[in-house]
Design a protein around this ligand. Structure first.
Ligand code: SF4
Length: 273
């Protein structure tokens, strides 16, 4: 069987529950959108486009206010643009307002960090606001693909910090926790970067939008983690596409108080076979 092209999320799905992977990536059953995905996309688009801001009118006195206004404008714009998707979620007006305000708060939190970084960079390197803004602007939304490992991923932001490279992903997660699934995602990004550029990034991390940036150093061990997990999934999926070879992993992630796995009704994990 031909090697599939995997991604951090397909590999993490495989690790969480092989049956879920089977339904999603082999049978290609439809998945359902949810508010966390929709608002995550809105937050990503807002941050991606914020850096396109025309900085010519920024001054030391107004840049903090202008940055905040710009983020608010982008967030509102992308929220309106996602109205069709939001409508399909059947949220009540109160629920939609709650998620909008919460998303805006997260983005304001991120902006406060950005403003602080910009302010200290102007002082530290004696730069103008425009020069500091440019220096803080990352390469954004880059697709990286590896033929050798048959894996690909989209990297939210690549920052060049002096002679270091930092790879950052944005997350709206409630917890400020570097879970194993996140570590693996970052390990795969590091491997993809290494393969394309011939050097490891110095650090990889998550900007938890409710909290702050958390970085990990990149080393051989992290790259090996990615290689091992990628190899494992290819060995399995190249060998078989029979449903029986993709067992269910029944955990509280099948169904919880406010939701369920996209394939719960097909899978019927709690029904005796
Ligand atoms: S319902 Fe549970 S066992 Fe079934 S596919 Fe989803 S996560 Fe796996």
């Amino acid at each position: 069987m031909a090697k599939r092209v995997e991604s951090p999320s397909s590999i993490n799905t495989f690790k969480q529950c092989k049956r879920k992977y089977y339904y999603q990536y082999i049978q290609k059953l439809p998945t359902q959108s949810n508010i966390h995905q929709v608002r995550g996309n809105i937050a990503h688009s807002t941050l991606e486009n914020f850096y396109n801001l025309d900085t010519s009118a920024l001054t030391e006195e107004n840049f903090a206010r202008k940055c905040k206004e710009s983020i608010q404008t982008f967030c509102l714009h992308y929220w309106k643009k996602a109205q069709n998707q939001l409508h399909q979620l059947s949220l009540s007006p109160d629920q939609e307002r709650f998620y909008f305000e919460e998303t805006m708060l997260m983005l304001m939190n991120w902006t406060n960090h950005f403003v602080e970084d910009l302010s200290s960079l102007t002082k530290k390197k004696n730069l103008s606001v425009q020069e500091a803004f440019l220096e803080l602007t990352p390469v954004r939304e880059q697709e990286y693909a590896s033929k050798e490992h048959s894996v690909r991923g989209f990297i939210d932001a690549i920052h060049h910090v002096d002679d270091e490279v930092h790879i950052i992903d944005y997350k709206t997660n409630a917890t400020f926790e570097m879970k194993e699934s996140i570590r693996l995602q970052l390990a795969i990004y590091s491997l993809l970067y290494f393969e394309k550029h011939g050097r490891m990034p110095s650090k990889v991390g998550i900007f938890f939008l409710r909290h702050k940036l958390k970085l990990l150093p990149v080393d051989e061990q992290l790259l090996n983690l990615a290689k091992t997990e990628i190899k494992e999934i290819h060995q399995h999926t190249c060998r078989t596409e029979e449903m029986g070879d993709y067992p269910k992993t029944i955990t509280p992630l099948c169904k919880w108080s406010t939701g369920k796995c996209d394939f719960y009704d097909t899978c019927k994990p709690h029904q005796k076979e």
